[in-house]
Design a protein around this ligand. Structure first.
Ligand code: MRU
Length: 347
């Protein structure tokens, strides 16, 4: 089955020897790429949400390392491995929760250790491989996740785990793309996802782009949607999965998992193994990014709360493995995840 119609969005590109990022802050009203030539601006782009989504953050950081190596090698070919260290640390500090960032930077560090002359060709090839592997893994996961679905389904997704959050095709939206093509998914509901509105601005736009039926709803509708019996599955991505199968994802995911359990709606998490952190035993150890309260106090640049209102803005939450029915990875599918099944998958 051809996937070309469903595989057209590319948030991260390497063109004319520079990194191009689709500016996700202004989608869908504007579709514009920004060019990057240095690692610090790339790290700032990650922090400021020009690019977001766990796999896309990792891919972007890998290209950031290519730009850093180019600059430091040109400046001092004998000492670039020392002078690049600050840029690598700056990239590492760009966002704390998505483990794909650290996975990609560790991989690039490994390549740096092997470089003996001009590092750019080797590092560029490594970054391009990360990008291409991510896209092909997403297609594998798309089909693997769709094969779990039985009969006709309407599904709810949260945030954006689509092409925009990855190299292309998407994780949760990859399963939705494959499931729709196979006639197993007829309708998608997308949570708007306050405060950044990834669902309203990105997911709804992505699915409409592919002519997949999508209905946008405010986050608080989810319980009523399930109570009305309108969905069979919740399908989401992840920023980090612990060794026991606990899942960190966009704030609000945990609430959906609790609601899904109560309403006997199935809960699927779709993530490449680069999102799995076997170094931490449970979700309690996952660092949860705390973003600026101003993001909650305003909407589309317009202040909505009274002056001096205090606000709390955790960007992610952790769903315990016990609330997850299926984890889909490119290496296989786990039903009812636990520590032992995760160990076997990753061994
Ligand atoms: O804050 P964001 O937009 O980077 O959060 C993204 C998510 O929570 C996604 O669901 C997750 O990264 C998986 S993306 C395939």
């Amino acid at each position: 089955m051809t996937k070309s119609k469903f595989d057209r969005i590319r948030p991260v590109k390497w063109e004319s020897n520079q990194l191009m990022l689709l500016d996700q802050r202004i989608l869908p009203s504007e579709y514009a790429y920004i060019a990057y030539k240095d690692a610090k601006s790339v790290a700032d782009a990650i922090t400021d949400m020009v690019v977001r989504g766990a796999p896309a953050i990792g891919i972007t950081a890998a290209f950031g390392v290519v730009l850093a190596a180019r600059m430091h090698y040109a400046h001092d070919a004998d000492n670039w491995k020392k002078s690049i260290v600050d840029d690598l640390a700056y990239l590492r500090a760009s966002r704390p929760t998505a483990v794909n960032l650290f996975w990609a930077l560790d991989h690039m560090q490994h390549i740096i250790n092997q470089c003996e002359s001009n590092p750019e060709p080797l590092l560029l090839q490594a970054a391009l491989n990360i990008l291409e592997n991510d896209i092909s893994n997403n297609k594998i996961m798309g089909d693997a996740g769709a094969s779990v679905l039985q009969g006709n389904n309407a599904v709810l997704t949260h945030c954006n785990a689509g092409a925009l959050a990855t190299g292309g095709y998407g994780t949760a939206l990859g399963v939705i793309r494959s499931g729709y093509q196979q006639g197993k998914i007829q309708q998608v509901y997308a949570d708007e996802t306050r405060p950044w509105l990834q669902g309203a601005r990105l997911t709804a736009w992505e699915l409409m782009h592919d002519d997949i039926p999508v209905t946008l709803q405010s986050d608080s509708v989810a319980g009523y949607l399930m109570q009305q019996g309108k969905i069979q599955w919740v399908i989401v991505g992840s920023d980090r999965i612990a060794a026991n199968g606990d899942v960190a994802n966009k704030i609000g995911t945990y609430s959906l998992a609790v609601l899904a359990k109560f309403h006997k709606v199935k809960f699927m998490v779709v993530a490449p193994t680069s999102t799995i952190d076997m170094a931490i035993s449970s979700g309690d150890e996952i660092p949860i990014e705390q973003r600026n309260p101003s993001e909650v106090l305003s909407l589309a640049g317009q202040r909505i709360a009274a002056e001096n209102t205090s606000a709390w803005n955790p960007a992610f939450d952790v769903t315990p493995a016990a609330l997850v029915d299926v984890i889909v990875t490119e290496k296989g599918v786990i039903h009812q995840p636990d520590k032992e099944k995760m160990r076997v998958l990753m061994s």
